[in-house]
Ligand binder design. Structure first.
Ligand SMILES: CNc1nc2c(CC[C@H]3O[C@H](OC)[C@H](OC)[C@@H](OC)[C@@H]3OC)c3nc(N)[nH]c(=O)c3cc2[nH]1
Length: 370
């Protein structure tokens, strides 16, 4: 069993749980936020800096790495860990989301998805078997199954068809996945329809995957609707398997997701908004590139002990970003990753003390999620 979660404690008043996720590249604490390293790098960060901010398990992207530099090249390099010099656990998404979010550039059939590369328009065909070949060549510790992520909103019939195809493709992924030092996670679909979510969960749980992605959320639906789906879905998921809410999220969604029993999260948000000069602070978001900070010599967040906040002012970071100096987005990225990892540390501490609901109140008393 290459990947296994051990639940250390269930929070008294919520579905939150404290766990340890063991993988071939080490053990990590859950609940966990996983920084996204789409093209085998967490943008602008060295692996040491990702680790320094508290990153322990990072993501990479099958679709992108298949197109460039190619999964065979990564295999020849000795696999992703060696190639990118990250020696902790890695998870790769199957590309299901990418090829479905390519819109008109793709054609879906029962066998797989034909799509055109967003780089040069060349034609490609992803089948469950092909995706398993790619993910096994990349060599992450956790590989996600090839699924069909239904858009939001969509007709119930569409969500049903996507769920049924996802289940059939999950069977094919399981058959094609032979790498023993890599865990294959199934991905639950079903859109925002409770009965479809139940059906997808039951069918995939019957296949006994070592862990489950909760897909098809954070695709534009209202946050309250996402929480409702989780309230219905989590109780029917096995307690001894990790639950990974894909593509989530912002600080408020991380807290609400943990309260509902989610163990693993990933989101491009912290690194993406950092490159636009926006950072999380304990009061909410702050766009440090704005003119109002030109002479503001305070740190981005006065309560933050990250490298950026300990050594640089808003005025300086604004200057760097305005002049396209690369150090600027490196500092905002360091801060945002540190902010989310620090938040996850406070959440894990609150679970230990059975005071997660109090922590939520404290956090939102000063954080404006707007
Ligand atoms: C934002 N809301 C969001 N993201 C969903 C991702 C992709 C996560 C993916 O999102 C970026 O790809 C686009 C990241 O690359 C930029 C990937 O990091 C490697 C990341 O892989 C886990 C989903 N992936 C699959 N396979 N199935 C899903 O149903 C799904 C749902 C998501 N909702």
């Amino acid at each position: 069993m290459p990947v296994k979660i051990t639940i250390e404690k269930e929070e008294k008043y919520t579905r939150a749980r404290l766990g340890k996720l063991s993988t071939p590249h080490g053990e990590v604490e859950t609940p966990i936020f996983m920084p996204v390293g789409t093209q085998a790098t967490v943008k602008t960060m060295t692996p040491e800096e990702v680790y320094q901010t508290g990153g322990r398990l990072i993501l990479s992207n099958t679709y992108h790495l298949y197109l460039r530099p190619g999964h065979e090249l990564v295999r020849e390099a000795g696999g992703l860990h060696k190639f990118m010099n990250w020696h902790g656990p890695i998870l790769t998404d199957s590309g299901g989301f990418q090829v479905f979010s390519l819109g008109p550039l793709r054609t879906v059939t029962e066998d797989g998805v034909e799509f055109r590369s967003h780089i040069d328009g060349s034609k490609h065909f992803f089948t469950p078997e092909k995706v398993m070949e790619i993910e096994q060549a990349l060599g992450a510790d956790i590989a996600m199954a090839f699924d069909e992520c239904a858009p939001y909103p969509c007709e119930k019939e569409y969500a049903l068809a996507a769920l049924e195809r996802t289940t059939r493709w999950a069977e094919r992924c399981k058959k094609a996945h032979t790498r023993k030092d890599q865990a294959l996670f199934g991905i639950i679909q079903g859109g925002v329809f409770k009965d479809l979510r139940e059906r997808s969960a039951k069918e995939l749980i019957a296949m006994d995957f070592p862990g489950y992605g909760i897909g098809g959320l954070s695709v534009g639906e209202p946050k309250e609707l996402m929480y409702e789906v989780l309230d219905h879905l989590i109780p029917i998921m096995p307690k001894d398997k990790p639950r990974y809410l894909m593509g989530v999220g912002s600080p408020d969604c991380l807290i609400e997701g943990v309260i509902r029993g989610v163990d693993m999260f990933d989101c491009v948000l912290p690194t993406r908004i950092a490159r636009n000069g926006t950072v999380f602070t304990h009061k909410g978001k702050l766009t440090v590139r704005n003119a109002e900070y030109a002479r503001d010599f305070r740190p981005m967040d006065e309560q933050c002990d990250c490298y950026a906040c300990q050594n640089y002012s808003r005025a300086y970071i604004r200057h760097l970003i305005k002049t396209d100096e690369i150090l600027g987005i490196r500092l905002t990225t360091i801060h945002n990753l540190h902010f989310l990892q620090h938040l996850m540390g406070k959440i894990r501490e609150a679970i230990r003390q059975d005071r997660l609901l109090e922590y939520r109140e404290e956090f939102f008393s000063h954080f404006n999620a707007g």
